[in-house]
Design a protein around this ligand. Structure first.
Ligand code: ADP
Length: 255
């Protein structure tokens, strides 16, 4: 991606649930290739923002653009075709399938070009299957899952399960990756490994937005941090500046 491109532009998004205003005219612009942190006290609207960007909620007002094209209110599957992938606070893996099968199911097989290429030319199906297995093997290698590829996720340590979820999100070959508290429940060493993985994902050209409570991780990993409080953006800037912003300090002390 060329310098100066915008991966995500959220403009004045408001999300109301009956009387409750979960997001109040939230705007943020995320340049391509950035690792953006989204922080804020519980209930400040972070997950609602992810749900709007990934199509799980329609915004009540405002607009969302992906790479300069309108994406407001699109269904999750259409946004995933536009390159948006996410992980969830609570793991959502298929517990009865192996790690390999979880990744295979996560692979993007829905792009129309693929469907046409392989459905119209049936003799290519074998090549298609080979491609899926090759891409799965690449993910297993890249995320250090070789030794556990045939195990069921539930039999594995929690830190590995988190890594499988990240690998599965990357199976979509996203351009925008949304991570909802990826370090929750990880030990110090696992958090360092996670930071390395997220940097390598960014270095491969993917824009990453990360909701995270671990401030050490946010400070060391993020290029820019957006702070939400009561559904509003109260600060936005480099991590070191945001951390000492008086409104941010007040919001956290009030939490
Ligand atoms: P955070 O992720 O920062 O903890 P959330 O985005 O989960 O905050 O929630 C922001 C506010 O919106 C909270 O008051 C929450 O109760 C409310 N909220 C979120 N989702 C819903 C929903 N589906 N229905 C009603 N209220 C919701």
């Amino acid at each position: 991606a060329a310098a100066g491109e915008v991966a995500l532009d959220v403009r004045e998004v408001t999300k109301r649930f009956k009387g409750l205003v979960a997001l109040d005219k939230v705007s943020l612009t995320v340049p391509t290739g950035q690792i953006r942190g989204v922080v804020g006290p519980n209930g400040s609207g972070k997950t609602t923002l992810f749900n709007v960007v990934s199509g799980f909620y329609d915004p009540t007002e405002g607009s969302v653009e992906l790479a300069g094209r309108g994406a407001t209110g699109l269904a999750p599957y259409r946004l995933s075709l536009r390159g948006v992938a996410r992980t969830f606070q609570n793991l959502r893996l298929f517990e009865d399938l192996s790690v390999r099968e979880n990744l295979l199911l996560g692979l993007d097989r829905t792009r129309t070009t693929w469907i046409w290429r392989y459905a119209v030319l049936p003799w290519k199906v074998l090549g298609y299957e080979r491609t899926l297995h090759r891409r799965t093997a690449e993910l297993i290698e890249r995320f250090g899952l070789s030794e556990v590829a045939d195990a069921e996720p539930r039999s594995l340590p929690y830190g590995i399960q988190r890594r499988i979820e990240l690998a599965r999100a990357m199976a979509m070959s996203p351009s925008l990756l949304l991570l909802d508290e990826p370090a929750a429940g990880l030990n110090g060493e696992e958090v360092r490994q996670l930071a390395d993985i997220v940097r390598s994902i960014r270095d491969s050209g993917v824009t990453v937005i990360i909701i995270e409570h671990n401030m050490g991780l946010v400070m060391s990993l993020c290029d820019q941090v957006t702070v939400l409080s009561s559904g509003r953006v109260i600060a936005d800037g480099p991590p070191a500046e945001v951390a000492v912003h008086p409104d941010v300090v007040a919001a956290y002390l009030g939490d």
